[in-house]
Design a protein around this ligand. Structure first.
Ligand code: PLP
Length: 420
């Protein structure tokens, strides 16, 4: 990993780096060169350096013969499309770039991260099937499985975060999908992805899916560990500027084709202008992530040393239960630092309200540092018992570190802590 742990060592130094070196080539994240160049078409229309926005809902055919040839799969242009809900050249370019960055055969873009997740689950399951989720999955993902999929006869089991033994036991002959998130929101639990893929493969016909929104391909490429499908809320780090929503699923051609069919029916397509913004965001992914990894590590270490902070959840700290796996499988521990403020809910709110640089807003992964108390954001409607049930401490704060100067982010938090 880039950055350093709480003893000032670079993350990859020492025995950890040796272990990572034994993994297949490409398990580490991409570099900044790939973020700028991988999957970029050699020549764009009009010799333009930047992508064009194909702002169109439909496509022309010269005559019926040309249409029929296209429908039969015989059009000489492999990128040709028929209608905007089935594809778009700007979106295709994003998909090509994402497949190159994830190291998968293909990628598919969606209108949002949730559109990617719901289309994936609807595409891969039918009544009578079973899905396993880790209990630290993004709240709306869990909600979709437990309240929507269940209405269509798809059953589910929730297993404790990172518990691969429990996963092994939860898989039944009806299980088709295992859905996980790594690192997870908000506690930064990291799964052993190699082991996850192995467990799913052992059971046959079970697809392993990892929501790698927090990692990005800069920190980790789950497909290199054998994971079947990789999901991103592109709204976060891939876009990187808090100005566009999108989602991406990457994986083998056969599965992506199936999901493309499902997307064409469900309609959660990405707008071409949004695809352009995501293509722009991807070009700076490397430099942003490098900075965010480094700053988040520094923030986590500063908070951990502070007397008013009860506990810090950052996988780049040696005491985090995911530190060993994170140091083997991630390049950096990412830009999210979650922590519990001493003194409870109100003390945490005082910290949030006295930050001057960190902005109170939901979301993460953009250039601006954002701060929130999950208790008042995603989990607002839950009472104390409900919060306990989903494992959210009322004094938990989630900081999404941006690309401002590291010292400024740390100073902002230390200054706000004076008011706690
Ligand atoms: C880990 C994770 N996955 C998926 C989503 C959903 O993505 P979107 O908001 O783009 O629909 C989020 C949103 O916060 C998320 O944090």
């Amino acid at each position: 990993m880039s950055g350093s742990d709480d003893r000032g060592r670079p993350f990859v130094a020492g025995p950890e780096s040796g272990r990572r070196d034994t993994l297949p080539v490409g398990t580490a994240g991409i570099g900044s060169t790939q973020a700028v160049h991988a999957g970029v078409p050699p020549l764009r229309p009009n010799h333009a350096l930047a992508p064009a926005i194909a702002q169109t809902a439909t496509y022309k055919f010269r005559d019926t013969a040309e249409l029929v040839r296209y429908m039969q799969g015989g059009d000489p242009d492999p990128h040709r499309e028929e209608y905007g809900r089935y594809g778009n050249p700007t979106v295709q370019e994003l998909e090509q770039r994402m497949a190159a960055l994830e190291g998968t055969e293909e990628s598919l873009a969606f209108a949002s991260g949730m559109s990617a997740i719901t289309t994936l689950l609807l595409g891969l399951t039918k009544a009578g099937d079973h899905v396993v989720l880790f209990d630290d999955c993004y709240r709306r993902t869990r909600q979709f499985v437990t309240t929507v999929l269940s209405r269509f006869g798809v059953e589910h089991t929730l297993v404790p975060a990172t518990d691969l033994k429990a996963l092994d036991q939860a898989i039944t002959p009806k299980t088709r999908v295992v859905l996980s998130e790594s690192p997870s929101n908000p506690y930064n639990h990291c799964l052993d992805l190699e082991e996850l893929a192995a467990v799913c493969r052992r059971h046959g016909r079970v697809r392993s899916v990892v929501d790698a929104t927090f990692a990005t391909p800069y920190n980790c490429r789950p497909a290199a560990f054998g994971v079947d499908l990789v999901v991103h809320s592109a709204t976060k780090y891939l876009g990187g500027h808090n100005d566009v929503m999108g989602g991406v699923v990457s994986g083998p051609r056969q599965l992506i084709s199936l999901l493309r069919e499902t997307r064409g029916v469900l309609g959660g397509v990405l707008d071409p202008h949004a695809a352009f913004l995501l293509l722009r965001g991807l070009r700076t992914l490397g430099v942003r992530m490098e900075r965010q990894n480094r700053s988040a590590q520094a923030v986590a270490m500063a908070l951990r040393a502070h007397s008013k902070i009860e506990r810090v959840f950052y996988a780049g700290l040696v005491e985090h239960p995911s530190y060993p796996v994170a140091s083997r499988q991630l390049r950096g521990a990412g830009g999210i630092v979650s922590f519990i403020v001493q003194g409870g809910e109100q003390a945490a709110s005082r910290l949030v309200d006295h930050c001057q640089l960190a902005t109170l807003a939901s979301s993460l992964g953009g250039v601006e540092t954002l701060i929130e108390q999950p208790r008042f954001m995603s989990y607002f409607e839950l009472d104390e018992a409900g919060l306990r049930q989903v494992g959210i401490d009322p004094a938990l704060v989630r900081l999404a570190v941006g690309i401002e100067d590291t010292d400024d982010i740390v100073s902002d938090l230390l200054h706000a802590l004076d008011y706690v």
